[in-house]
Design a protein around this ligand. Structure first.
Ligand code: SF4
Length: 204
């Protein structure tokens, strides 16, 4: 007997291990979400364990893997790489330096340009492209020195792509790292693992 569920569970576990918190390292996703989550992840790591085997998140991961494989297989005439990691150092206002890391779903190089694909799955196509996804794409343009990011939305109603050419700069990245605005977006608390103990939770 082959235990397929265990294989998926093991994959989720390995992905989590790859993204363990390190002192002085910020991921691009930290720039586009509530800064308190990063703090609580360190203090209360067990509260996010349920995400390890959340079917909705796993479906999103599998769609990512599928799209990455398709682009690599079918896009010809370009150099295509998947799951590409990059990092850059940023100077903060107190004179200290931190590292910002990110991981592209797909990097496409050719015809004199550097482009990336960021895959997003959603339950509906309401309000796409979402503000925090556009900001994430702007951060990737900065981090990987890209010409553009294609935000590819896969939803039950629509499969659509949006092009983001705008980019963050060092000052905006530093400002986002130093920001204490919690939550960063009003809707975040409704989906937050730490809302069960957070004094800054916004109840809507
Ligand atoms: S509950 Fe809201 S304010 Fe608190 S950590 Fe979560 S997103 Fe941030």
């Amino acid at each position: 007997m082959v235990d397929l569920v265990s294989i998926i569970y093991e994959y989720s576990r390995r992905e989590r291990e790859r993204h363990k918190r390190e002192e002085g390292v910020f991921w691009v996703t930290d720039l586009v979400r509530c800064p308190l989550k990063r703090v609580y992840e360190t203090i209360y790591p067990e509260l996010s364990l349920r995400d390890l085997f959340n079917p909705r998140l796993i479906v999103g991961t599998l769609v990512h893997r599928g799209v990455e494989g398709l682009v690599k297989e079918l896009l010809t005439g370009f150099k295509v790489e998947v799951e590409v990691e990059g990092s850059r150092r940023v100077l903060l206002s107190d004179g200290s330096e931190v590292e910002v890391r990110g991981r592209l779903d797909v990097l496409i190089v050719g015809n004199g340009s550097r482009e990336a694909v960021e895959v997003k799955t959603a339950r509906s196509d309401k309000s796409i492209p979402q503000r925090h996804h556009v900001d994430q794409a702007r951060a990737y343009n900065w981090l990987f020195d890209l010409d553009r990011v294609y935000l590819l939305y896969i939803t039950p109603e629509r499969i659509s792509q949006y092009t983001v050419e705008d980019r963050m700069n060092d000052a905006e990245v530093a400002e986002r790292i130093e920001s204490r605005r919690a939550p960063r977006y009003q809707w975040e608390c409704s989906y937050c693992n730490y809302s069960v103990l957070c004094p800054s939770k916004v109840v809507t």
